[in-house]
Ligand binder design. Structure first.
Ligand code: CTP
Ligand code: MG
Length: 224
């Protein structure tokens, strides 16, 4: 039994706008990518495949000697598929995790929870957390927006990574070559049942400058 983790880290980081691809932005003395990989290795994962922008492969491979680094694609799903191709050629795992580099502070327990749920028989497993804000559906207008309805948040979950799959389920999810913001979205489209386990607020995604500030403050507070 072995676990491989695929890390899509080839995004531009447009919303963070830090002047370089997001995974290579400094987060308290290490890059976001290094912190993400460290979290994965702390969780007893056997092998790690990372997808980065083409011009950063050599730099990433030197920075991450324990990982297999590949060239990512123009969209997240393409980067994941580049990782899948490399992983299936090199590793024989019974659980495949996919984890955003941008969720750099994800605790090891969350990886274990997802792996355990796959090994317990679920083909696709995702972490989810309840939504706390009141949610409104709006009709976008020119300038002003108008409320159409209040959405029942009790049935909604904000979804995180790592997402875990059996190799067969992941291959089927990506077989059609579709694009989605997460891998579970492709699994759903392929008719694969997706199970939600309890997520962790520390697995938040660094998307904007605000998130990066929060991550830096959390690291400062814990002294890591
Ligand atoms: N990702 C990737 N390849 C892409 C796009 C995204 O590997 N072509 C990765 C990112 O590096 C990130 C994860 O997918 O770790 C989640 O994506 P997101 O948070 O959207 O990151 P970016 O696409 O880099 O950010 P933005 O959308 O603001 O440009
Ligand atoms: Mg993106």
């Amino acid at each position: 039994m072995s676990t491989v983790c695929l890390i899509p880290a080839a995004g531009a980081g447009t919303r963070l706008a830090a002047g370089r691809p997001k995974a290579f932005v400094d987060l308290a003395g290490q890059t976001i990518l290094e912190r993400a990989v460290r979290g994965v290795l702390d969780a007893d994962v056997d092998a790690v495949v990372v997808a980065v922008p083409a011009d950063l492969v050599a730099q990433a491979q030197a920075m991450l000697p324990d990982c297999h680094v590949v060239v990512g694609g123009a969209e997240r799903s393409a980067s994941v598929r580049a990782c899948i191709a490399a992983a299936s050629a090199s590793f024989d795992a019974d659980v495949i995790l996919i984890h955003d580099a941008a969720r750099a502070l994800t605790p090891p327990d969350l990886f274990r929870r997802v792996v355990d749920a796959v090994r317990a028989g679920a083909p696709a497993v995702i972490p989810g957390v309840p939504v706390t804000d009141t949610l409104k559906a709006v009709e976008p207008g020119g300038g002003a927006e108008h409320v159409v309805a209040t959405v029942d948040r009790s049935v909604l979950r904000a979804v995180q990574t790592p997402q875990g799959f059996t190799p067969d389920a992941l291959a089927r999810a990506h077989a059609a070559g579709g694009h989605a913001t997460d891998d579970a979205g492709l699994a759903e489209a392929a008719g694969i049942p997706v199970t939600v386990v309890q997520g962790d607020l520390m697995a938040f995604k660094i998307t904007t400058e605000w998130d990066l500030r929060l991550a830096r403050m959390l690291l400062e507070a814990t002294g890591v």
